[in-house]
Design a protein around this ligand. Structure first.
Ligand code: HEM
Length: 284
């Protein structure tokens, strides 16, 4: 609770009135913060601990699977993070990127280098044994992206779950994905279309081929050694530069998790929408 100081000469009734207003304001601010906090954690129908009663081991099974694949091939960590991003920007975070077949999202140019499909398939097989028909592929992907960041020394964050899997996957829908030659304005527009602001763009944007998500990426931008053309543009553009300046020198911390929760809630299907796929590479 903040302590307010009043001038000694102020009449008592004014002091108590001001104290009353401030306490109302404090309560209001508290409620507002609580509401914002809840919205961030719960997103659009997703919530932390969605599987607590229906599949208690869901998160630990995903974590152990990511961990064991990571041990033999650390490149699956950036692979899974990027796959989740590419899933969310096309038809929402609904695992549509995992569907096999002609002209599905995974056949489109921007998705050709995605990796980590086998990790998701492995986790799904184990989850179907532990709790058949309960855990969605979209949630596995969101959890695996978080676990990947943690395995590469990033800070953890609670992932709201409860997503359901989509039934549509079209290569032609992938134009929502930002391209590496897009101008900063176009990148900002593509993020804004999903409720992600400039801060989210700079926080989340491409960590390139680095296996560790640390701030050296931002330090490189500052010194003109952006990994990609689009990265360097973030520094040369004045509006995004302020954010890069703020982030450079910090390790990937709480802001990364906050922006990830926003991204992970893009267009989620919950309740009776979508389905729980039996196999992640095919609709039921
Ligand atoms: C303006 C937005 C973005 C652009 C233009 C962009 C572009 C790219 C490109 C061209 C690559 C290299 C692919 C390759 O040759 O292997 C890449 C890799 C990567 N991107 Fe992005 N990206 C963007 C945003 C993001 C976001 C929001 C994330 C994560 C939340 C992300 C995570 C990654 C990761 C982890 C890799 C490395 C993948 C791997 O090693 O398998 N990117 N990105």
């Amino acid at each position: 609770m903040p302590t307010y100081m009043f001038p000694k000469t102020m009449p008592l009734y004014i002091v108590s009135y001001l104290a009353y207003i401030m306490s109302q304001k404090t309560v209001f601010m508290f409620l507002l913060l609580a509401m914002v906090g809840t919205a961030m954690v719960e997103g659009q129908g997703t919530r932390v601990g969605f599987y607590a009663a229906t599949c208690r081991r869901a998160e630990s099974i995903v974590r152990a699977t990511v961990q064991s694949h990571f041990t033999s091939d650390p490149s699956i960590a950036p692979g899974l993070l990027r796959m989740h991003f590419h899933d969310c920007f096309v038809n929402g975070c609904d695992a549509s990127v995992l569907i096999d077949g002609p002209n599905t999202e995974k056949t489109a140019g921007p998705n050709l280098l995605l990796r980590g499909y086998d990790v998701i398939a492995d986790a799904k097989t184990q989850l179907e044994t532990a709790c058949p028909g309960v855990v969605s592929c979209a949630d596995i992907l969101a959890l695996a992206a978080r676990d990947s960041v943690v395995l590469t020394n990033g800070l953890s964050w609670p992932v709201p779950t409860g997503r359901r899997d989509g039934r549509v996957s079209l290569a032609s829908d992938t134009s929502n994905l930002p391209g590496f030659t897009d101008s900063v304005d176009v990148q900002k527009q593509k993020f804004a279309a999903f409720g992600l602001d400039t801060q989210d763009l700079v926080t989340l944007v491409d960590t390139g081929s680095q296996n560790r998500f640390d701030s050296s990426f931002f330090a490189n931008l500052r010194s003109g050694r952006g990994i990609l053309e689009s990265d360097q543009k973030l520094w040369t553009d004045a509006t995004t530069r302020t954010f890069v300046q703020r982030l450079a020198g910090l390790t990937f911390g709480p802001q990364f998790g906050r922006s990830m929760v926003k991204m992970s809630n893009i267009g989620v299907k919950t309740g009776t929408n979508g389905e729980i796929r039996r196999v992640c590479s095919a609709i039921n």
